[in-house]
Ligand binder design. Structure first.
Ligand code: GLN
Length: 544
């Protein structure tokens, strides 16, 4: 028998959704990592879509893209930001993917005439994927598995059954079940209610799962009395019932858990050596986050601005960049359709930077272009990401190069000047799922460019998710008019970064830098953008 035994921690949620299972799993992952254990996290999603790539950001929030080009759940972004381990396609599995695999095997005849059923075939496939994620190049010490949805949902049943079997097969000492629940405070009676937790655990037990640890989401402190009551009714030792009270920033969660002793309880339960965690960097980060010296307001002009989950990684990248600049970054959300109607000035006169994020489809495009023109003409730092970069190129072509009808063929297939056009590799593609240019590609930066100054290196690798691209035929005209191509893919020469020299800070990137920003390691472009915003603000104040 090999000496190395991977341990597994399952996270389920009860009572309501949005309790923060992803953040809790990522936080416990951080506590284990801080103790020197190697950790990975996987997310099991009960919906039928093969991946969230084809789902509307209004329904599912951001699509997080991994280096290997998987379109995944936004929780994988939290995992990477918290545990600093790069995720791959094997870190996210949906019911759709699991059935797809099983049905493909059935069509190939792999089941040799057997009846194919949820148990054992679907549950076997779920267990196979959990084991696979734990293997990596070297087997991980601990695999954390977050099960999407809420206990009691019909669609999560096969996952819970798979956990039951998995626990039996791997041995109780190697598997731990953490259950997140809600402990509401009823204002009218001034009481904390434990009943929903009792019911949720009862539901779990019906399926044959007994939680080892309960994380109780509550608005405030969970009194000892409530913990003891929950422990008694749920057959969980009182020292394994933890409060997970609301905190200002998600980055405080690992520290709150550690303070309450969660880290040592987890290692003890799994028979791992007790170790002192090194959370010094994390603590410093949170201290700086909570007490910044400076302040800067940045506008984000997009289409999904009333659903902030659609821009999760951008929001977090600003948090990281703010800390590195010792400043609070306030985000001002602008609806591009509003700007289309009313012009940019009234919305942008009190900001020190404009970011136009990625997106799809024609709606709101002209508003983004108006906002970019205002930023360009008024020296407001500008950062365009993917679609934002494409809009900046369209604006430049129209206003500076005199191509009044320049456009992307995504928005106007008949434009006389398709400055943004479908990539050649995309022309024949008809299927929508997983067919964009996805994942990490190399980019060579031009020496002395602003991007080069930020990254401090020539060769970078960033993640992509797009079908359209700057049309290379227009580059000579653009360059004559002052646009700098600061980064290109060395293999196929696609434009990756554009800049303007006669502007304090104007950068557009075809990739998604926000996906690689980490706690204690802010993305260089976000860091420099926030810095440019602070400089802009200072200059404005001194001019007043
Ligand atoms: N819609 C654009 C494209 O497909 C931009 C995509 C994005 O912003 N992620 O190229």
């Amino acid at each position: 028998m090999s000496k190395h035994k991977t341990k597994y921690i399952f996270f389920t949620g009860g009572v309501v959704s949005s309790l923060g299972k992803g953040i809790s799993a990522a936080s416990i992952g951080r506590l284990l990592k801080a103790r020197g254990y190697s950790v990975t996290i996987i997310k099991l999603d009960p919906y039928i879509n093969v991946d969230p790539g084809t789902m509307s950001p209004f329904q599912h929030g951001e699509v997080y893209v991994t280096d290997d080009g998987a379109e995944t759940d936004l929780d994988l972004g939290h995992y990477e930001r918290f545990i600093h381990t790069n995720m791959t396609s094997s870190n996210n599995a949906t019911t759709g993917q699991i059935y797809y695999t099983v049905i493909s095997k059935e069509r190939r005849g792999d089941y040799l005439g057997n009846t194919v059923q949820v148990i054992p075939h679907i549950t076997d496939e779920i267990k196979r994927r959990i084991l696979l994620a734990g293997e990596g190049d070297h087997p991980y010490d601990v695999v954390l598995i977050e099960v999407g949805g809420t206990v009691g949902d019909i669609e999560s049943l096969p996952f819970l059954e798979a956990i039951r079997q998995f626990t039996q097969e791997q041995g109780h000492q190697n598997v731990m079940n953490v259950h997140l629940t809600l402990v509401p405070f009823i204002r009218a009676s001034g009481e904390i209610k434990t009943k929903p937790t009792q019911h949720s655990v009862m539901k779990l037990r019906e399926i044959g799962l007994q939680p080892d640890m309960l994380l109780c989401r509550s608005e405030g402190v969970l009194p000892m009395e409530a913990r003891e009551k929950i422990a008694l009714f749920c057959s969980v030792p009182p020292e394994m019932v933890f409060e997970a009270r609301d905190v200002e920033s998600i980055y405080e969660v690992p520290l709150l858990f550690e303070e309450n002793g969660v880290g040592d309880r987890v290692t003890a339960r799994l028979g791992l050596e007790t170790r002192e965690p090194d959370l010094s960097g994390w603590k410093k980060f949170v201290r700086k986050l909570k007490d910044p010296s400076g302040f800067v307001r940045i506008a984000i002009c997009g289409k999904y601005t009333n659903l902030h989950d659609s821009y999760k990684s951008i929001i977090e990248a600003f948090v990281h960049a703010g800390v590195e600049n010792d400043a609070k970054v306030e985000l001002k959300w602008l609806d591009s359709e509003q700007i289309e109607k009313t012009g940019a000035e009234r919305w942008l006169k009190d900001v020190s930077g404009l970011l136009v994020p990625g997106g799809f489809g024609e709606r709101g495009i002209e508003g983004k272009i108006i906002a970019i023109q205002y930023a360009r003409e008024n020296g407001i730092p500008f950062f365009g990401i993917c679609l934002g970069m494409q809009c900046a190129v369209i604006e430049f072509a129209r206003s500076v190069c005199g191509l009044a009808e320049a456009n992307s063929t995504e928005f106007n297939p008949d434009t006389p000047d398709p400055v943004i056009d479908l990539m050649e590799t995309q022309v024949q593609i008809e299927d929508k799922g997983g067919t964009m240019r996805l994942g990490a590609y190399r980019c060579s930066l031009t020496p002395k460019s602003r991007a080069y100054v930020a990254y401090k290196k020539r060769e970078i690798s960033e993640r992509h998710r797009h079908r359209y691209e700057v049309h290379n035929d227009y580059l000579p005209l653009f360059e004559q008019n002052g646009l700098v191509v600061a980064g290109r893919n060395p293999d196929n020469k696609l434009v990756e970064v554009i800049e303007l020299n006669d502007h304090p800070w104007f950068i557009g990137v075809q990739f998604h830098p926000e996906l690689k920003s980490r706690v204690l390691d802010a993305h260089p472009l976000f860091r420099e953008f926030v810095r440019a915003g602070l400089t802009f603000k200072l200059k404005q104040q001194t001019e007043l």
